[in-house]
Design a binder for this molecule. Structure first.
Ligand SMILES: *[C@@H]1O[C@H](CO)[C@@H](O)[C@H](O)[C@H]1NC(C)=O
Ligand SMILES: *[C@@H]1O[C@H](CO)[C@@H](O)[C@H](O)[C@H]1NC(C)=O
Ligand SMILES: *[C@@H]1O[C@H](CO)[C@@H](O)[C@H](O)[C@H]1NC(C)=O
Length: 473
């Protein structure tokens, strides 16, 4: 037995250690500290960032999260997603898909089963659907139906999605009628639930609201970004359901439309007069390694990320748990927090070979820096760095906005007024990933990318940001 005195001393020591740890956490999470005036978000956005009570507080059971599943990988992805969804949210989930399935305690609803038999058995786009029904009937492995070429598989899934989206709305309402919000996500979407609740709480579900990713002209190449999340308010959903004939009316346009989200947006806008609302950057097509970190989104809250690989999803989940449960941080998770967790520890002092072309993609167009002698205002342009990766790096090093370059061994589009170029400069920082040597460009040549960062410069900028919610620490 410990004497009461030793016992007391131990408690004091623990209290002191705890206080030191809390101080260290507060200090670390207090980074970054100041904010450039011209980069301050608008007043409206700043108000939104405050973790105070929201005007239209939403209860957990007033949100429906409908997950669009695909039969060929649902057994693999659904359990993974459930593991990373706090059990208090399990009742909000509705699993929709293209085959009736049971995954543990969860049922997946086939939303295609109400099309006419004739249509289902003849529509060429639905070939996979027919194969799935057949496979299920004979207990065949559904994975064996997948295309070997991942791009073809994506195309096949996109075809099915076109027929699923409007039906998903119908089924979600049927299964969970009259809720305040209906959130539709993919299996690779990571939802930051606490931020989602706070974000939706800013809006009145009795207004007809349709948030859709990708949402607005401000986001880069809106339809070039992968991943789809859309959110409908109670009123928007009710209006949709009330117009009984919408689904049948739009059925004939499906085959000619480009994607599920296309047909859905057109139907909602045309029939209900609801124009899509802004959700950038709360909902974006990015994951922590593809987010273009920089001004504009740094202090913003993260609600949904897309195409999140399983290991990253696990890391974000752990980050959230550590913040909320162990560090008792109640500020919303921001893009700055993701940078600190996922990029700060990376050693980016050396350029990386065979590294993703992240400064060049169409989704980076907004941040790609123009070269001198390209039309437009002259401020902030970079010198050309076509000759070699060193030249490209030097061009980045001498440009005031550049924090990252990628050099491609053959000229590639830059998705702006720069013509095709080998040197791609960016004012945002993204990590990307190892890609190896592969065919790049329309010519089908074998090419490689080399990417480099100016992390010191970026960190200097980051330290000078002051996010509203982090000021009061
Ligand atoms: C949504 O968009 C519509 C049309 O642009 C607009 O009238 C409405 O105020 C927006 N609502 C919100 C909550 O942003
Ligand atoms: C970063 O990597 C480079 C070589 O790749 C190495 O020389 C340098 O010491 C590393 N820096 C740190 C802080 O580890
Ligand atoms: C970038 O690389 C990816 C593969 O990692 C490729 O699919 C894409 O077409 C490339 N983008 C450009 C602009 O070259």
């Amino acid at each position: 037995m410990l004497s009461p005195r030793t016992h007391r001393l131990r408690i004091i020591a623990r209290v002191v250690a705890g206080a030191v740890a809390m101080y260290a956490i507060a200090w670390v999470s207090g980074f970054p500290r100041t904010y450039d005036d011209d980069e301050l978000p608008s007043d409206a956005q700043r108000k939104k960032a405050e973790p105070t009570h929201t005007p239209h507080h939403v209860e957990v059971d007033q949100i429906v999260v409908a997950i669009n599943t695909h039969a060929s990988d649902a057994y693999e992805k659904v359990p993974r997603m459930l593991l990373l969804t706090n059990t208090i949210y399990h009742d909000t989930l509705v699993l929709l898909g293209d085959l009736e399935m049971d995954i543990g305690a969860f049922h997946v609803h086939d939303v295609l089963d109400r099309f006419e038999m004739d249509f289902l058995s003849t529509q060429p786009d639905l070939e996979r659907y027919r194969a799935q029904l057949e496979a299920a009937r004979f207990s065949l492995d559904l994975r064996s139906l997948k295309e070997l070429d991942p791009r073809k598989e994506v195309e096949t899934m996109n075809k099915l999605d076109k027929y699923k989206y409007l039906r998903m709305l119908e089924r979600a309402w049927e299964l969970r009628p009259d809720r305040a919000w209906y959130v539709f996500v993919d299996m690779d979407t990571f939802l930051v639930r606490s931020n989602l609740m706070a974000w939706l709480g800013e809006y009145d579900a009795e207004d007809p609201i349709f948030f859709v990713n990708p949402p607005n002209a401000e986001s880069p190449d809106p339809f070039g970004i992968g991943g789809t999340t859309f959110v409908l308010s109670h009123t928007a959903m009710r209006n949709f359901i009330a117009e009984r004939e919408i689904i049948s009316k739009w059925e004939s346009s499906i085959a000619d439309s480009a994607s599920g989200i296309d047909i859905l947006s057109s139907a909602i806008t045309t029939e209900l007069g609801i124009v899509s609302n802004m959700s950038w950057p709360a909902i974006s097509g990015f994951n922590p390694y593809t987010i273009p970190y920089g001004p504009g989104l740094w202090c913003e809250e993260v609600v949904a990320l897309h195409s999140v690989p399983p290991e990253l999803a696990t890391d974000i989940w752990r980050l959230q748990r550590d913040r909320e449960e162990y560090q008792h941080i109640h500020d919303p998770l921001t893009f700055a927090d993701l940078w600190i967790r996922f990029l700060q520890h990376e050693n980016l002092s050396q350029p990386r070979d065979e590294w993703d072309n992240l400064s060049s993609g169409s989704d980076n167009a907004k941040w790609n820096i123009l070269f001198e002698r390209v039309e437009g205002d002259e401020e902030g342009k970079a010198s050309r760095g076509e000759g070699s990766w060193e030249e490209c790096r030097d061009s980045c090093n001498t440009n005031q906005h550049c924090v990252q370059f990628s050099y491609s061994s053959i000229a590639m589009p830059n998705f702006n007024e720069n013509e095709e170029t080998r040197c791609h400069l960016s004012s945002s920082m993204r990590l990307g990933r190892y890609v190896g040597s592969h065919r790049i460009g329309g010519g089908g040549g074998e090419g490689t990318w080399k990417s480099g960062w100016r992390k010191d410069k970026f960190e200097h900028w980051a330290r000078n940001q002051r996010c509203k919610t982090q000021q009061n620490k």
